[in-house]
Design a protein around this ligand. Structure first.
Ligand code: AMP
Length: 554
């Protein structure tokens, strides 16, 4: 079944197809560039695009790679693929060499169609008459009606490459019904969606969060939502708050990296705008540090809005998210206002915590986060590589889905994500979570962001190498280093005292904003062969960090 049928089946607002009064707001990079899109217009544009794709010979089962910025045409193209049964694979919008990536990777065998929209000729490659087509030329004259293709519920819907923060990106394959069911339900319940809400997720659509919570989740619920093309600090650092005021956004979903970026500019940019429409705040992508949580809750949410910490992966499409009084009360506005990333599972998700030997730990415990049973939205494979699928997710602990994340269960039974297991440190036999050390470092008033990795140590086995990004106008000096060490000792214990602290003007991040700790680990160890960096947002950062790496302990 196509998106159209799912929407029709799931949502009473679609009795006669997609004629809806709701509107999506499109906000361009420039504040005067905005547009309202009704569901009726969306349907017509999707159908037009679907017919155009058919004209190009695309048919059910074909793979279509899409490389477009955060503009409505990106959503139209995704849904057009879904409508005709083609499998979309979106390349993050700032990715610079789509052609190479697609053509050079023989395993992919993607059908490459580059769709250019008037001035959206962002690729600085010459126009190629043999394959480049103007969007407007393609759309001109095609019908705005297109019957949806009937699909099996287990047919593929899309392939999406993981962020590559831990290694070579994997092509995660999702299927039609399970994916849409779970994105639709998680959107509805986790964000406590109501029809008078205006919802905004700031993610890039090229990341799973954007797929699920900009395109499929909100649209399958008939929600009014915002699609933002720009960046949080252009043309001024209050841009996000301005948009919240402009559209009266009530549900706002972003990532800790964006919160930390905006924290650097203080409260003043927010105070210029009316944020009283906000009701629920969401965070996703990495463990949120206490400082960022408090700022989000106090300053953005004005101590009125619960902060929902949604843990999930490209592979899982489901949430573990925060809830306190009653573990089945998922509704956003009823959530407690307790700091931090305590979470509990969404319907149908059965987490367990295992030790290194695969034994299940009961009660208060810390170890590997795994899931016991499959759920509708689980990935169906790594595209073209069944072996990698089995070995990555199922081999370490047979019978469980292995997330690769560490997790702690507290005495009340709530789950705390402690970060990627690969990122854990073993210092003199003590297992330390990088997320906890980073949270301690960012509690220092001069620190905007921190990333901690291990470096081999002759006596301790491993020691801590910390990268810290300071807030504007703060100075990196010996006093600061001593204060940071003291902070970590007080919060975690002497065992966690950092051995190396490096000033990091910027950190290597994936395009979805995740810190690439494996690259930092290699910088700490002075290993120059950095492997696959195709998902790195700004490669220059790596050169700077290499040039300033610490040779001697702090
Ligand atoms: P991706 O598939 O690129 O979205 O990355 C998924 C990974 O991001 C997870 O395995 C976690 O390590 C991390 N992650 C995502 N959301 C959270 C969260 N709310 N808290 C902690 N870690 C998170």
């Amino acid at each position: 079944i196509t998106l159209y049928c799912i929407m029709k089946a799931m949502n009473p607002l679609f009795p006669n197809g997609l004629i809806l009064i709701n509107v999506s707001f499109r906000e361009g990079n420039s504040p005067d560039h905005h547009q309202n899109i009704t569901y009726n217009q969306l349907l017509r544009n999707v159908c037009r695009c679907a017919n155009a794709l058919k004209l190009l010979g695309v048919k059910k089962g074909d793979r279509v790679a899409i490389y477009l910025p955060m503009i409505p045409e990106l959503v139209y193209t995704m849904l057009a693929c879904a409508r005709i049964g083609a499998v979309h694979s979106i390349v993050v919008s700032s990715f610079t060499d789509l052609k190479c990536k697609i053509l050079l990777n023989p395993a992919l065998k993607l059908m490459t169609i580059l769709l250019f929209l008037l001035c959206v000729c962002v690729l600085q490659t010459p126009w190629d008459e043999s394959c480049d087509i103007w969007w407007d030329d393609l759309m001109d004259g095609v019908s705005d009606e297109c019957e949806p293709e009937w699909m099996d519920s287990e047919d593929p819907l899309f392939i999406l490459y993981t962020s590559g923060s831990t290694g070579k990106p994997k092509g995660v394959l999702h299927t039609v019904t399970g994916y849409m069911l779970y994105t639709s339900l998680t959107f509805k319940y986790v964000f406590d969606y109501h029809h008078d809400d205006v919802y905004w997720c700031t993610a890039d659509i090229g990341w799973i969060t954007g797929h699920s919570y900009i395109t499929y989740g909100p649209l399958a619920n008939g929600a009014t939502s915002v699609l933002f093309e720009g960046v949080p600090v252009y043309p001024h650092v209050g841009r996000l708050w301005e948009i919240i005021e402009k559209y009266r956004v009530s549900k706002f979903y972003t990532a800790p990296t964006a919160i930390r970026l905006l924290m650097k500019y203080g409260r003043e940019p927010l105070q210029r705008y009316d944020l009283s429409s906000l009701r629920v705040l969401g965070t996703v992508g990495e463990p949120i540090n206490l400082e960022a949580w408090l700022w989000y809750y106090d300053v953005v949410g004005q101590q009125r809005c619960p902060v929902i910490d949604t843990f999930w992966q490209t592979e899982t499409v489901k949430h573990l998210q925060l809830s306190k009084q009653n573990k089945t009360s998922f509704f956003g506005t009823k959530l407690p206002k307790t700091p931090f990333n305590r979470t509990c599972p969404f319907f149908g998700v059965q987490p367990a915590i295992l030790n290194e030997h695969g034994e299940e730990l009961e009660g208060e415990a810390e170890g590997y986060l795994v899931f016991r049973k499959p759920w509708p939205g689980i990935m169906r494979g790594v595209y073209g590589n069944q072996e990698r699928f089995e070995s990555t997710y199922f081999r370490k602990f047979p019978g469980f889905y292995v997330t690769g994340d560490g997790c702690r269960r507290d005495q009340d039974g709530y789950y705390w994500i402690t970060g990627r297991i690969d990122d854990m440190l073993n210092v003199s036999g003590h297992l330390l979570s990088t997320a906890e050390v980073e949270a301690a470092l960012t509690e220092h008033p001069s620190v905007a962001e921190a990333a901690v990795v291990s470096r081999p140590h002759a006596v301790k086995g491993e020691c801590l190498y910390c990268f810290v990004t300071l807030k504007d106008h703060k100075e990196f000096n010996r006093t600061l280093m001593e204060e940071l060490k003291r902070k970590v000792r007080e919060k975690i214990g002497p065992i966690a005292t950092p051995d190396f602290i490096q000033n990091a003007p910027g950190l290597p991040k994936t395009r979805s904003g995740k810190i690439m700790r494996r690259v930092l680990r290699q910088i700490a160890r002075n290993e120059k062969d950095l492997g696959d960096l195709s998902t790195l947002a700004d490669p220059k950062v790596v050169e700077v960090l290499f040039s300033q790496r610490c040779e001697a302990a702090a």
